[in-house]
Write a protein that binds this ligand. Sequence first.
Ligand SMILES: Nc1ncnc2c1ncn2[C@@H]1O[C@H](COP(=O)(O)OP(=O)(O)O)[C@@H](O)[C@H]1O
Ligand SMILES: [Mg+2]
Length: 397
Amino acid sequence: MSQKNLIVAFGGVSPEHEVSVLTAIQAISALEESTYNCIPLYVTKSGRWLTGKKLLDLSNYKELSSLEKESISCAFVKDETGKTFLKEQESKGLFSKPKNYPVYAVLCAFHGSEGENGAFQGVCEMMDVPYSGSGVLGSSLGMDKVKAKLVAAANGIPVTKAVNFYESDWEQEQEEILNVAEDFDYPLIVKPVSLGSSIGVAIANDREELINSVETAFRYDAHLLIEEAVNPLMEINCSVIGTPSDCRPSICEKPLGQTETLSFEDKYQSGEGAEKGMASADREIPADISKELTKKIQNLATKTFSALDASGLARLDFLVNANTKEVYFNEINTIPGSFSFYLWDKSDLPFDKLLEELIEIGLKKHREKNGRVRSYETNLLSEKAIKGIKGLKGSKN
Ligand SMILES: Nc1ncnc2c1ncn2[C@@H]1O[C@H](COP(=O)(O)OP(=O)(O)O)[C@@H](O)[C@H]1O
Ligand SMILES: [Mg+2]
C-alpha cells in the first residue's frame, strides 16, 4: 500500500504564527502511531513555503533564520495526469535529490490571516487536494466578525448590538458613529473586524476612551466594530465537529482571563509553558454551569456552525451575561488553537482519533466534490464555434 502523505500546513504571515507552530507540532506528535506519514509544510513569517525533517522538532524554532536556511523550499505541483505533489525545489546535502510527495490530504494548522481566512483553502481547491476544516466560504465568514454576526443573526442566533465602520467613515461621520454606539450605553467594546488573539480589542468607559480605542484599533485593521458590552461577563466556548448537515458539540469550557477582556498575554503567555499552546491557558473544563445552560450553548454552537458553513472542526465562543444567563454568539474559530483537543479527549475522543475524524471529513468532502460534474468535454473555443464570436482578431466580425 502506498504511504498516506499527510501534508501538515502551518506557520504563515500572521500574528499567531508561533501558536500555529505549536498546534502543528502537537498534531504531528499525536499522529506518530497513525498510518499517516506527516510531512511539514511550513510557511515562514515572510511567506516562503518550506519542508524538511528539521521542521518536525519544536526546539529548532528557537532560531528561525537558521531553521529557514536548513529547510527545503517547496510548492504544490500537478503532473500531466493531474495528480498533485508537494515538490521539493532544491536539494540540501551532497547526495540528496529533491523529493516529490504525492499528496494524500492536507491538515490545515494555521491560525489567522491567509492560512485560516479561506485563501490557503482556495489553493487546496485549485490543486484539487483533500484538506481539513472549513472550505473557502466558511473560512472567510469565520474571519470577518461583521459578516459572521450578520449571517448568525439572520439565522435567529443572538448577537450583541454593534456598529461597524471603515476608516473613511470615521473621518467623515465620527459624530454619527459615536452617537449610534453611545445608544448602547457604556462600557463599549472596540474591536478590529478581521483579527484574532484580542489584538486591538479594548473596553471604553467614556467618549474619550472610545475615541482613543478606535484610533488605536485602526493601526491593526481598516474595518472596526463597536459593540455593547456583555456585563457582567462569563465566556463559554464549545467545539463542534462534522459538516453543516451532520455535526455534534463537545463539552463546554470556561476560559478564565486575568483582566477584564482576555488578552493575548492571558491566552498564550500565561499558564504552564509554551509547548502546551492553547491547552495551557487557564480554563475550567467542563465549565461549571447548569445542565440547561450547557445544552443551550451546545445547541447554539451546532446551529451557528451550520449557519456559517463551517466544516471539520471549529470552536465557537459565546458571551454570557453572568446575571441573566442571556447567551450571545461572539465568534467562530475555524482552526482553533491545539484543535481544541482538550475539549474532546474528556468526551472519549483522544487527540489522534479527533485528527483522524477531521481528516476523514476532508477526504469525504473531496470525494463528493469530485463525484459531481464539474467540466464539459465539448470545447466551446473549437475552430467552428470561435468563428461566430464578434470582436476577435481574425473572426471577420
Ligand atoms: N461584547 C463584548 N462584551 C464583553 N466582552 C467582550 C465583548 N466582545 C469581546 N469581549 C472580550 O474581548 C475578548 C476578545 O474579543 P473577541 O471578539 O473574542 O476577539 P478575538 O478574535 O481577538 O479573540 C473576548 O474574549 C472577551 O473577553
Ligand atoms: Mg476571541
